[in-house]
Write a protein of this length. Sequence first.
Length: 360
Amino acid sequence: MSKILITYFSKTGNTKIIGETIFKTVDGEKVIKPVKELLDDELEGYRLIFIGFPVHSHSVPFPVEAVLKNIPPNKKIAFFSTHGSLTGSRLAREALEYATVMMPKAMTGYHSVHLFDANHGQLGVVYAGETLEISPDNLSTTDKHIYALMRTSTDKGNEIANQAQDLVKIITNSNTPYVGPGYDEKQLQQAKRVLAGAASIVKAKTAYANELIPGTVILKEGADIDKYNYVVASLLGWALMPNQDAYYPQLVIKESECTTVNFPKPPVQYEKGGYWSFTAYGVDGYLHNNNSVISYYDAKANADGSYTVHVGNSEKCKASGNNIDMPKGGASISLRLYRPISIEAAKQFETDLQSNNTNK
């Protein structure tokens, strides 16, 4: 065990340069690689480990912190770090304004933090083991607050899910207080009426948010999300993720004692924690039953890999397996595909879902 490891976490390249200099200077059998390329239990094979990192918010960056926690006992460790910019320089000012989101390694099947601004402009999705930095320039609004929505599967139990959530770090250097826009009961009821009557307009892709509710601020032009998707996000489901991160096939079925919904194996990246869920909302867009959702983690597949979900309240339906309750008046089905293989594959899945379940 004579190897020497030089490993580093570098954002701008400065820490990498120092690591490379150390690598050229030390003698003996040696290896250099960034921390993101370290394998599980790899640290066991080295007698001396150099670890380098930039100082983030007066502390060690999360990816390096994770490595430090996994160092075996009785190892010789040497640290090197970088930190800097002149007081008052642009870099110094930006360092005070950036927000950093750091996710722990995967502890559950699915774990993400979805980030967006007050206009629902997409800022990014961070998954287990990843880090994302956001600057004020990324936001489409004058309000520079960031909205963060964490989604965590409970496939390993609630306790593990809670632990994974507690390990997420969101570092900001701003203390600007958040003041919500506020609304009263009259405005809430108006929004509900708009929502109830907007489905056909949104489907026709002709409505914009300010036409439905005067005064609504429209998202700035951008390739990340178009105006139609913004309307869907605003009216039919707050905090929808970008299509490459989550796709939302929809299906409406009539009320019955038991309706079977058939669909092929959803095209998600299972090896990266992708999964799907099947939720039965009322036709008004709200949940009405406790037993309203089934997912990849608890649904049983058919022999060919496809799935059949039974939506209904009869005893026979409940005994059929893969059962969820039928809302009064019929169900608006939302089948969420988290981490789809591709947008094209998700669209084909949506086509198959609807063609397999016409007139139901």
